[in-house]
Design a protein around this ligand. Structure first.
Ligand SMILES: [Ca+2]
Length: 390
């Protein structure tokens, strides 16, 4: 699971001042330095030696790292593809197949089965696509590269420790950035939070779905999952709602939302705080996003489209009805989005990188311009707004 950016979760080994976060330089020298650091921290010499002997610098990995594909799909488009009938059916089958493990994960960590299933589906399509990159070479390459050595060097050392435990093969394959197995976890997270779900005494999140399920639950609990609370609930809201009061930054009590005319589509809303999000604008699907969404899902991935889709998939796997699609204003093309970002920038807004993506900063700028123009401020850009910005 790619909960990898917020905190370096690797705490088995204490970082030592003697080993700076060195990167670059001759490959062999670099690996030797990592080996020394690992051995000093308690990794068996044999394991450290075996890993550096197996590590190859990978041009493919660097290429992937430099060209991470940009995420331009709208919520309706992306969720329409990601939440398919086939995925829901296979999710139900997996739930049944591993029911004892899912029940245990919920008992011990408070995370419901459908939430783990949705992450599993989003990460690897329930284990169908786990990646073909050599894990050790990927981590060594990214640790050597000077873009993010502080993230990847500890992961390489953690991989050495896993090899020492017999829980990682030198030939292991996974994602280009070193994540492994059904829920794509990094070695440091596997060391710190890996769980043995099938009782064979080892943590193997690639070959054992029960191990992956338990480890994912523990990971979610570690990142702040609150048992018994929802993450995302679809709601209806009146057209006349003050849309400037919505968005992730505007958290208020459910009682407040109710007073503003917001209602659950099914069931009843719990007495909690929530933000109202409308990823495709006020005419599209609307959700209340609770702590488990704003704190845990958004830690997993910063893209609102991605996280809302994963969270929505979990609700569907838990039995929720498909969202009300509504009649939304059509999404911008990449070129239109770039034009919008340039015009917003010219008006003094910080839109981050002009990349054609409707990210959090662009949404906030749209929001501000909508308020200025007296339009419903739902953060969803329309052609009317774009032409008004000329
Ligand atoms: Ca196991």
């Amino acid at each position: 699971m790619r909960f990898r950016f917020a905190i370096l979760t690797f705490f088995l080994l204490t970082p030592s001042g003697a080993f700076a976060q060195a990167c670059g330089g001759p490959w062999g020298e670099f690996l030797n330095g990592v080996r020394q650091e690992a051995v000093a921290a308690g990794v068996p010499v044999d394991a450290a030696n075996a890993v550096i002997a197996a590590a190859r610098q990978s041009a493919d990995v660097l290429k992937r790292d430099r060209s991470q594909s940009v995420f331009r799909q709208s919520f309706l488009k992306f969720s329409g593809r990601a939440v398919s009938g086939d995925r829901l059916r296979r999710g139900a089958q997996m739930r049944q197949k591993h029911s004892a493990v899912f029940d245990r994960a919920q008992r011990e960590f408070g995370v419901p089965p459908e939430v783990i299933l949705a992450f599993w589906a989003m990460e690897t399509d329930y284990g169908a696509v786990m990646g073909n990159f050599s894990t050790i070479s990927a981590l060594a390459t990214l640790a050597h590269d000077c873009r993010r050595p502080a993230l990847f060097r500890p992961q390489l050392i953690a991989a050495m420790a896993l090899v020492g435990r017999g829980e990682l093969a030198l030939t292991e394959t996974g994602a280009w950035a070193g994540e492994i197995g059904h829920v794509q976890m990094l070695p440091g997270d596997i060391l710190a939070r890996g769980m043995d779900g099938d009782g064979d005494g080892r943590v193997q999140i690639k070959t054992s779905a029960p191990d992956a399920i338990m480890s994912a639950a523990k990971m979610l609990e570690f990142h702040g999952w609150r048992a018994g609370e929802p993450w995302l609930m679809e709601v209806t809201a009146p057209e006349s709602l003050d849309w400037s009061q919505t968005g992730l930054a505007a958290v208020r009590s459910v009682a407040d939302w109710r007073a503003m005319g917001v209602a659950a589509r099914a069931g009843s809303l719990p007495q909690l705080d929530a933000a109202l999000i409308a990823p495709q604008g006020r005419k599209g699907p609307k959700f209340l996003a609770f702590h488990n969404f704003t704190k845990v899902y958004l830690e997993w991935n910063k893209s609102l489209v991605n996280t809302t889709t994963a969270a929505y998939l979990a609700t569907r796997l838990g039995g929720a009805a498909p969202y009300l699609k509504g009649q939304t204003d059509p999404a911008f093309s990449g070129d239109e989005m770039i034009a919008l970002q340039q015009r917003l920038q010219a008006k003094g807004h910080d839109v981050g990188k002009v990349d054609g993506i409707l990210g959090a900063k662009t949404r906030a700028a749209v929001h501000a311009e909508q308020m200025r123009a007296g339009l419903p401020a739902d953060g969803w850009p329309t052609r009317k707004l774009l032409s008004g910005l000329k």
